[in-house]
Structure formats: C-alpha cells, structure tokens
Ligand binder design. Structure first.
Ligand code: ZN
Length: 174
C-alpha cells in the first residue's frame, strides 16, 4: 500500500513537473512570437517609432522616382506625406536625378507618422506629414543633403542640439 501511494505521488509530481515545463515552454514561445512580431513592426518603420493610427487633412500619396526600400528592406514606391511636400520633394529628386545621384539614397524610412518628437510631448513634423527620413541605417552623402536643402528642406544633420541626420523637414509656416 505504501509502495503504491509513493508511486502515485511520484507520478503526480512528474505530471506536475511536465505541466509546469509545458507552461514555461509555451509562455516562452509566446514571448518569442511577440518579440518577432515587434521586431517585424520595428523593421517596417525603423525611423518612425510607433505611429498612431490616425489621419490628418491634406495627406497625399507621392510617387518616388524609383522603387526604394526601407532600411528594413521593404520596397517603397509611394509615400504618404502632406500635399505641401509634393513640390519640394519633386525638386529634391529632380536635383538628385540631374546629378545622377538617385542611388545615393539607400533607404526611404517614412514621411507621415502621427507621433511626438522622441522624448518630448510635442508633435513631430512627421505628424504633419512634412518630414521625411532617409538612409536611417547609413549616412547622408553631402550630395543628398545639398539637393534637399536647395529644395527648401531643413536638414536634421545641421541641428546643434540632438542632430538627426536621417531627417529632412519643411520649415514651418509654408
Ligand atoms: Zn524624421
């Protein structure tokens, strides 16, 4: 009798252990899946942080002069920006095309994105669709910043406080 009881309690302990390890494995699995999904989202919008799911008036889809990729490798042919970006972007890309420098842009990393400036509670110019991020994971060749500045963009790489080299935005009030 004692022997059977002992055996039963042993098998109960084993069952408990099995159950616990299964639980640990499945929650680890869930965490891994969640991490994977988050990583995918991050890759899709590396420069943007997380964008709130909302739109603003005056947004438009702007066709790029060629199919670029995001820094995460996703092909981009069109970007959503404010209409005020249409002309300056066309000018900047015309300048790059004329200089045969279109390929100096290695990635296009987003335009409209409703979010605050990182670390503040002020809206980013991306939230107005009036900023574009370029080469988020590489550097900005001077030929690129020159063309964008000629087209009236402010380059984040020129900022003394917290330079943001991937970032080009329109001056406010245009
Ligand atoms: Zn930016």
């Amino acid at each position: 009798m004692d022997y059977i009881n002992e055996k039963q309690s042993k098998s109960k302990t084993l069952d408990l252990l099995k159950c616990m390890s299964l639980l640990v494995c499945s929650s680890l699995g869930a965490i891994l899946i969640l991490a994977f999904i988050l990583a995918c989202l991050f890759m899709a919008a590396p420069a943007m942080g997380s964008c709130q799911d909302r739109t603003i008036p005056g947004l438009t889809s702007i066709k790029l002069p060629k199919t670029y990729r995001t820094a995460g490798g996703i092909p981009v042919r069109r970007i959503i920006c404010h209409t005020s970006m249409k002309k300056p972007l066309a000018l900047a890309f015309k300048c790059l095309r004329d200089n045969r420098d279109l390929d100096l842009i290695e990635s296009i990393d987003g335009c409209y994105c409703y979010r605050n400036i990182r670390g503040t509670n002020r809206l980013s110019n991306h939230a107005h669709g009036r900023a574009i991020d370029i080469n988020a994971k590489s550097t900005i060749p001077q030929a690129v910043s020159d063309c964008f500045k000629q087209a009236d963009f402010i380059w984040g790489g020129d900022w003394k406080f917290r330079p943001d080299p991937m970032h080009f935005e329109l001056p406010s009030g245009e």
